[in-house]
Ligand binder design. Structure first.
Ligand code: ZN
Length: 274
């Protein structure tokens, strides 16, 4: 948290490189687990949110078309909720420190991965974008907070695959940062390294003929299995696992090749911020 408070901001958005987001995730998860992250294991994101960040989750209908999957409330405010029974919108007061998750994400096991990622995404907003002064003054502020200060609304339309290099608005940068930090919270870099070491060790013991070549055929043959295993270990979607491996340099967009294990602190750093 202190790192985020100290970094420069542009349009209210902290300027953070990927390596700094990785560091924040590592620190937060290590602090939550009370030990360094060394193993490939699922992170209980609700417990992380409630016990470590001291925020609570609430589930409600946030829109009539699932266009809003999550919302992070920074200050006490009134929030519009959809009532599908009467097809109306009603406003209710929501307390600061509440992460609202759309109820549709509770519908069945298929939505579990999306619910977990949305929960992690809202945790990331709390860590990165919480207006510290506003929080401190919440109880005695004489000015009612404006909606833009009081909460971040996460629409499905503004989180669609924002590339690292494209120009972004301040709001889009926040979404990009929250997505990347969410991914690192659910799959900490050290945990992914542990997973990859285990995976390659097992494959090598099988004398898999493709594993030593790190060639195109191995990826095509083994990628789906590897991603399914990673999805199961971390309880994330296969696509989230794939994006994470690409971010950490284990999979490349440019050549369908599984790269050798990357030593710690030598992951690719993206320098194209702002
Ligand atoms: Zn968001």
């Amino acid at each position: 948290m202190r790192l985020v408070d100290q970094v420069p901001r542009k349009n209210g958005v902290p300027i953070l490189k990927i390596v700094e987001l990785e560091s924040i995730a590592h620190d937060e998860i290590s602090s939550f687990l009370r030990s360094p992250v060394l193993q490939a294991t699922e992170i209980d994101i609700e417990q992380f949110a409630e016990e470590h960040l001291r925020i609570r989750f609430d589930y409600a209908e946030l829109s009539n078309n699932q266009s809003i999957l999550g919302m992070m409330v920074f200050q006490d405010c009134h929030v519009p909720f959809y009532d599908s029974t009467n097809d109306t919108i009603n406003h209710f007061e929501v307390k600061a420190g509440t992460a609202l998750i759309d109820k549709t994400l509770l519908e069945g096991p298929k939505m579990q991965h999306r619910a977990r990622f949305t929960a992690a995404h809202e945790c990331a907003h709390w860590i990165l974008h919480r207006p510290t002064k506003a929080i401190q003054n919440t109880s005695d502020s004489k000015q009612p907070p404006t909606n833009t200060e009081s909460r971040i609304v996460c629409r499905t339309t503004n989180s669609k695959s924002l590339s690292d290099t494209q120009q972004k608005t301040a709001s889009e940068w926040k979404e990009w940062q929250a997505d990347n930090l969410a991914s690192a919270l659910l799959m900490p870099g050290a945990s992914v390294r542990a997973f990859m070491r285990n995976y390659l060790e097992v494959e090598n013991k099988k004398s898999n003929p493709f594993i030593d070549t790190f060639g195109e055929r191995m990826v095509i043959a083994k990628n789906a299995s590897m991603l399914r295993q990673m999805s199961a270990v971390f309880n994330v979607s296969v696509s989230a696992a794939e994006l994470r491996l690409k971010r950490l340099g284990y999979l490349s967009d440019y050549a369908p090749t599984l790269l050798p294990l990357v030593p710690e602190n030598q992951h690719e750093v993206y320098d194209d911020w702002f």
